[in-house]
Design a protein around this ligand. Sequence first.
Ligand code: SAH
Length: 511
Amino acid sequence: MRGKVWLVGAGPADPGLFTLKGRKILQEADVVVYDALVGRAILDMIPDSAEIIYAGKRAGNHTLRQEETNQILLQEALKGKKVVRLKGGDPFVFGRGGEELELLAEHQIPFEVVPGVTSAFAVPAYNGIPVTHRDFCSSVHVITGHRRKDLSYDIDFEALVRTKGTLVFLMGISSLADICRGLMDAGMEETMPAAVLERGTTAAQRRVIATVATLPSECEKNQIQTPAIIVVGKVCELAETFSWFEKRPLAGVRVMVTRPREQMHDLSERLRQEGAEVLEMPAIRTVPVYEDDADKERAELLDEALDCLENGGYDWLIFTSPAGVRIFFKRLYERKDMRILSGIKIAVIGEGSRKALRSYGLRADFMPDTYDGENLGRQLAGILPEGSRILIPRAAAGNQELIEELKKVPEVQITDAASYDTKYVSSRLPEEEQALENADADYVLFTSASCVRGFAAGSGRNDFSGVRAICIGRQTQTAAEELGMQTRTSLKATMDSMIDCLKDAVREGIK
Ligand code: SAH
């Protein structure tokens, strides 16, 4: 059976600019071949089951690499795989998309092309520069600034100047001075506004606005790096009036979130809406005991607890995390049905667990005013009658303060049933692994103490004094402080409160 290749544009970097179609196809891929310019958050959408191949290009050895990439696409498709060739921006805009299809066409491999948002237009937009404007120009041109092997350019500067249109140069930073000189020699006025836009749509986005005469020296002063595009034309003047990207509360802030992957997206999405660039580190993963062959004993204990629940053996059920709720109900439905809960009271540690419970059609009977184990235990113990029988299906090695507080109820019977474990996972993406190692972010958000430990284990280093941690609660904070991190703790144990805490830190000017 023949496979198929999808040539997919990933957009300039911001995951919000990746198309819905591209995302859907990516999630069904068997093999993903990606480039250096594909945004990190987009790489995070690659399913765990897919094989990942890096086809990044390094200046200088283009030809060989390109042929190798073409071969990989062909060979994987011949194996019957669904191959996604993921490229920065749009695959047909200086993306060599055409070249990659030639070999496939020759071998009658079926393929599709999914266009992407090109950096040529999106990066100016993220900098407040409309590439066309009726008052200033009537055309826009996209040009490669790349030099040939003999160092000459394929650019007809006279023709470009005559168009009076906006000129967008990709791959032009190393030739910036030559391009500006070429345009002026061809008759462009020295006062023509021009811009260099660096790392567009990421938290590190920067721009230099100058004139075609001063742009090279201004860029040198500002140490502009790649990837960046050059825009020449009167529309560049509008950048200061129309800029919007950096006006959002968390603009320019790079945040790392380390939550179990399954629950991560909600928090990331909210941070992105506030303007942050989010790196998702799947530092830990929750594994139900009944899905782990190495955990048979604990799985049996959990099942025994369910039998006991069915036979009226418990009065209260306590949940201490949303994952705990989901994992408990999954097993309950596999083995029994909802009726075993009739007459049972339910307590939750906080808002997240309460919501998770609600999704099963159940209301919590009790929730403490401060969301941590100690408060849950103490406040609940205050209302429980003597001899209460309590089941707590939760993470293995859960917090002991909860148990200590509940034990103060006379004759109480507590079953602390491990329903899941948190496992450390390392990333399959070399740059992600590296980002974790370097704690390559302005802030790291921790939503549990085990996330802190997962992050530490994954980073493989000893000094965490440079890490600015935003913690969800006291236990998380303690874990982060033990590692020497700089910490801040949100007022409440909710995502909103964590985001507020981060905003406070940013407002106080640390970053
Ligand atoms: N197919 C891509 C362009 C590939 S050529 C697209 O449609 O966007 C690579 C060049 O694109 C880089 O040298 C740089 O000029 C530009 N580029 C890509 N992503 C960029 C980004 N996020 N910010 C600034 N320039 C970018």
